[in-house]
Design a protein. Structure first.
Length: 141
């Protein structure tokens, strides 16, 4: 910014241009519908795309909720099945279950067990052969 200002020029009546000689008047602004139309189209397009997007998201979420419900029911069913299998394993591992299966396979219980002493290699007790199945009274369970 300089402190020097230009001196005003003297006006001569012959130096005025023909345009500046016309009187000035106030003109109302021109409103164009063409400028609003693209804006309205853009706004409606954005709203339409947004609504379609919301519908798609809602549909996907609903499908996923059905899938979650189906998988939860399947998980519950598999958990019940796993618990039943675990119960069967525990029943079969019990001493009574092992004895029952051994009897079905033709094995007979020994009434006179014999023990081995691992330190001395000594047999404790008198070994007696087990009686055959025909001589043993069977107990039904």
């Amino acid at each position: 910014m300089s402190s020097h200002t230009a001196a005003p020029r003297p006006r001569s009546s012959s130096a005025q241009s023909p345009i500046s000689a016309l009187p000035l008047r106030l003109v109302s602004p021109i409103r164009s519908q063409a400028r609003r139309a693209p804006f309205v189209v853009v706004v409606l397009t954005v709203l339409g795309v947004g609504l379609v997007g919301l519908i798609l998201i809602s549909t996907v979420l609903q499908a996923q909720s059905f899938e979650i419900a189906r998988l939860s029911a399947q998980a519950t069913e598999l958990q019940t099945q796993q618990q039943a299998l675990q119960r069967d394993v525990e029943r079969l591992q019990a001493p009574a279950g092992v004895a029952e299966r051994a009897t079905r396979l033709g094995m007979v219980p020994n009434a006179n067990p014999v023990f081995l002493d691992p330190a001395g290699g000594e047999v404790i007790g008198k070994p007696v052969p087990a009686e055959s199945r025909t001589n043993v009274k069977q107990v039904d369970r």
